[in-house]
Design a protein around this ligand. Sequence first.
Ligand SMILES: [Zn+2]
Length: 137
Amino acid sequence: MSVVEPPPIIQPSGYACIECGYDLSGTAIGGQCPECGRATVDSLRAQNVQTPTSSLPITAMVLGIVSVVSLVVCVPLIICGPFALGLGWKAHRDIRSGAIVGSTGMAMAGMAMGGISSALLAFFIVLGFVAFTAHGF
Ligand SMILES: [Zn+2]
């Protein structure tokens, strides 16, 4: 399964490529200059443009927080852990490749917390399985 998000488009506001000066209006923010191939994000950052942030990293971080909090308040919510891990990984990879713009810190926070919760979830499953087989309900 592959979820393809439509890339955000640069609004027609006269931002030019820092490499060749090409007008980048209408090109994808995560894409490249049609003229010279330079990543459009480079040009936007050089001109201090606020690039729209993908919701993926923050979603991963929030799921990670929920999964960690769930350890204390409500164990079934720990199921968010693997999703936080997966989304965080995807977000981190997409940010690195320039496909999306966002915070790698949040993506990594999601991955880290999701990883901890996933490990504990696996531990609980094993624990439950052992208890189940030992007592033979
Ligand atoms: Zn260019």
